[in-house]
Design a protein around this ligand. Sequence first.
Ligand SMILES: *Cc1c(COP(=O)(O)O)cnc(C)c1O
Length: 427
Amino acid sequence: MSVKNFPLDKDRLEALEKTYPTPFYLYDEGAIRDNARRMVRAFSSNVPGFKEHFAVKALPNPFILKILNDEGLGADCSSLPELLLADMAGIRGEEIMFSSNETPSAEYRKARELGAVINLDDFTHIEFLENTLGRLPELLSFRYNPGPLKKGNLIIGNPEEAKYGFTREQLIEGYRLLKARGVRRFGLHTMVASNELSLDYHLETARLLFDLAVEIKRQTGISLEFVNLGGGLGIPYRPEQEAPSWETLAGGIRRLYDDIIVPASLGGLAIHTEYGRPITGPYGWLVTRAIHRKNIYRDYIGLNSCMADLMRPALYGAYHHITIPGKEREPLTETYDVVGSLCENNDKFAIRRQLPHIDVGEHTGDFVVIHDAGAHGRAMGFNYNGKLRCGELLLREDGSVLPIRRAETVEDYFATLDLAALPCFNG
Ligand SMILES: *Cc1c(COP(=O)(O)O)cnc(C)c1O
């Protein structure tokens, strides 16, 4: 069982709404720091050279990146804006992992300028990078696609069908080529799952990479500097699911390390990760209000938000737990579809969900809190149907609230239109 907490009670929300109207995202700084500390402690006490590069795409806000960097985490970026966000947060040099694909040259140049670790997604990018930069950097990493050796899962698909990474043969040839071109430091990376709760699955991935590191040494003479196990560790979206334990995961990786890496005299190999979801996911909530109720063939609760703010339910049929502040102990007597205002029928935060009776009203309706939205939440949003995305608030450790991103306005939505060139425009 995982407990579904929300850090503010109804009175506090009522007070907060006077300054920050719903909908908004709320992130709990204390809980994020505590989790990051537990993770770093678990790994650092088990494996050498541990570094977590937080996947920026999960929560691309520099205030959050700064908090995580305070706790010793770096950043995993895959676009120019993500590199700039890491830079804004003071994350420097090799604390940044640049794991991109189909990468334009300008992005490689920026990654190089920031001193990021560049992780190549394809064999042909060795030459592309050399042509872009003039010469290859001293340190390079390759992304491995294990193909038929590894089963994927529902969100990310099977590795064999995935566009990412090098084949095994390309890897060996690639490292030989790098060595011949003067590269002196080498990394290996993979990312094969998404939201996978099974620790055995992640340990199998570690075993695959450790065996490969030994094979690379045997075939090329190269001792890798690090192995990056990627992200993809799941969180318990459903209350009946259990959160994976950092200690158990790190302990399992250590046993594999002792069995495979140490006997192969690769004992200096550092372990890196790039988790996103389990770092911030459980510590962010989308806070909305119930404004309408309609009863047709099903009973609907309409929120003042929509899938522009949180796409996961529509995109993956994902479950997000919902609670009603002030009604936590009331019996679940109703069966509602909880929906947003976008003109797409999959704009549903919950389908046939058992909930307490919900009161509706634009200013008086119940608050509806959507849990586990702290990763791949607001970040995935979009403006389809003229929907404006909500802002983000940070709950500080002293209980105060800091706005860290305002809500979008119509001016933001129109900002990219060149209205001066519109004949009838007179504003
Ligand atoms: C998305 C992504 C991650 C993070 O995934 P989570 O599921 O949030 O842990 C890490 N690395 C790469 C390359 C990714 O694309």
